[in-house]
Ligand binder design. Structure first.
Ligand code: ZN
Length: 511
């Protein structure tokens, strides 16, 4: 294949040779043809100027010598090989990314546009046009027609170019947790997260909100895919970080105690350690895994809440000698009242840390239940009262994290909640009532039980010290004992039970 390049000097040489030869009729015709072909070609290509000049020079040649035939034939061969080259190849622009040719476009402007389109598309998810630090060069070339199959595809180009966008990282404790498009987006995110955790409403006036962790916003260059929308970022913050830590078993540890120490459930400790069961024997020094989900941010809020609470009715019994021995009838059905309780609180991520009643307003008074009883043996109440089972305004006996919840635990049933505390820390009566138990009670250790009337009572286990005695009347919030670890306990905490008509219930439904 002939593929010689025509350049200006080469054409001038040919023209010089043409000038030396004599005219011939046939040769003149050929020359006209050459001129026609050359002008046609010149119109098509960028060497137009050169060819026009050449054509003009050819026109002025006097064709006299027979030698011209040979030289013209040579010239023709050269010119046609040039024509062939131009018609068999096509101009293109190579897109070279970091020194590597990725593909071609028809022109430099098309090549630049292709790159721009890719960056626009890559930046789309981040709501902007991406940029790149790659070195992109555009090189003009001629390609054989069969080798140029059109401009490089977006996919190929996108794979070759590494894009970045300018985002803003939300940094918590020095670690970037999520990247957003702008500083304003981060502010919106933090506000949304605060609202999510504090849930302000007409019954919940949030007076102060603070994010506990040190938070900063930093401008950063990131891959466009890393930039999150505010809503997607909120989801990440709400889900929290899954942190895996290693725990070394201490002397006298149990799975339950490890869970307690780490504010986890025993089941969660077991789940993180394949092969573990409730009955697994653990050895001091042994290392186990703890997998916990921890929120990235803690929102500490203060405010006041107004909640509607039930005022339980009282049961009043009257002796009616007209009734049979041991019989009783309800003369008047009791009806619970309602009160609006305003309390001030301190919460962390929606969990109550401190709670104090500031106002109580009776919305509707309870109606006593009146029971008429026939004559009978006087009943000795050893346990607690029975009644409607209505609970009104139980307050937390101590503030602290719950280290074990009500429900199934190690194949048995945990009849209360365990609240974290230190030995000697005072705890308080959840409501007013009468002390029906104060002393050692097996697994409960030193234990207090208070009858609040209406069939409701509360129990406080593992005390280090008891400050009340049986028969004593106590008021809500009165310091009745101190936290300890007596009885079946492996660490200082308060075991707190709520009992309704003799059965324990989940205290969290009543606090
Ligand atoms: Zn307990």
């Amino acid at each position: 294949m002939i593929s010689r390049k025509i350049n200006k000097n080469y054409l001038d040489k040919i023209i010089q040779k043409f000038k030396k030869v004599n005219t011939a009729e046939a040769l003149a015709k050929q020359a006209k043809r050459i001129k026609f072909g050359v002008v046609n070609l010149a119109n098509k290509i960028e060497y137009k100027e050169i060819f026009s000049k050449t054509a003009a020079k050819i026109k002025n040649i006097s064709w006299k010598s027979p030698k011209t035939i040979g030289i013209t034939a040579l010239a023709l061969a050269v010119i046609f090989s040039g024509c062939f080259y131009f018609s068999a190849t096509t101009p293109a622009v190579g897109i070279v990314v970091n020194g590597k040719n990725i593909g071609y476009a028809a022109s430099k402007s098309e090549a630049k546009q292709l790159v721009q389109e890719v960056l626009t598309q890559q930046g789309n998810t981040a709501g902007t046009v991406a940029q790149t630090s790659d070195t992109i060069e555009y090189k003009s070339v001629r390609l054989k027609n069969k080798d140029y199959t059109g401009p490089v595809s977006q996919d190929v180009l996108a794979k070759a170019i590494t894009p970045y966008v300018n985002g803003y990282g939300l940094q918590v404790n020095g670690k970037v947790v999520v990247v957003l498009a702008s500083e304003q987006d981060i502010n919106t995110l933090l506000k949304k997260y605060e609202d999510y955790q504090t849930k302000p409403s007409k019954n919940n006036t949030v007076s102060s909100v603070k994010i506990v962790e040190p938070v900063s916003k930093i401008a950063s260059k990131v891959h466009p895919g890393e930039v999150k929308t505010v809503d997607a970022a909120l989801e990440i913050l709400v889900k929290g970080d899954v942190a895996e830590t290693t725990y070394t078993i201490q002397e006298n540890d149990s799975l339950w105690l490890i869970a307690r120490k780490n504010n986890m459930l025993t089941d969660e400790v077991i789940a993180a350690n394949p092969g573990f069961t409730e009955d697994s024997i653990i050895q001091p020094g042994q290392k186990i895994k703890l997998v916990q989900t921890k929120p990235y941010l803690t929102v500490r809020s203060e405010g006041t809440k107004v909640v509607s609470e039930v005022v339980p009715f009282d049961v009043v019994s009257k002796t009616d000698r007209s009734l049979g021995y041991g019989k009783s009838i309800i003369k008047q059905a009791g009806k619970d009242g309602e009160k609006a309780v305003t309390y001030s609180y301190v919460e962390e991520n929606g969990k109550m840390i401190e709670k104090q009643v500031v106002k109580e307003e009776v919305v509707s008074k309870p109606v006593n239940q009146i029971v008429a009883k026939g004559p009978g043996r006087s009943i000795v109440y050893v346990g607690t009262s029975r009644g409607s089972g209505s609970i009104s305004g139980l307050s937390w006996p101590i503030s602290g994290g719950i280290t074990s919840y009500y429900g199934s635990r190690h194949g048995s049933f945990h009849t209360g909640i365990d609240i974290d505390g230190v030995t000697g820390q005072p705890y308080y009566a959840a409501a007013s009532g009468t002390v029906v138990e104060a002393g050692w009670d097996g697994g409960y250790g030193y234990c207090i039980m208070i009858d609040h009337g209406n069939g409701v009572s509360t129990r406080y286990g593992h005390s280090s010290k008891l400050l009340v005695s049986v028969g004593q009347t106590v008021s809500k919030g009165q310091n009745i004992g101190n936290v300890g670890s007596t009885g079946n306990s492996t660490g200082s905490h308060l075991h707190f039970e709520v009992i309704i008509n003799g059965s324990t219930v989940n205290p969290l439904n009543y606090l």
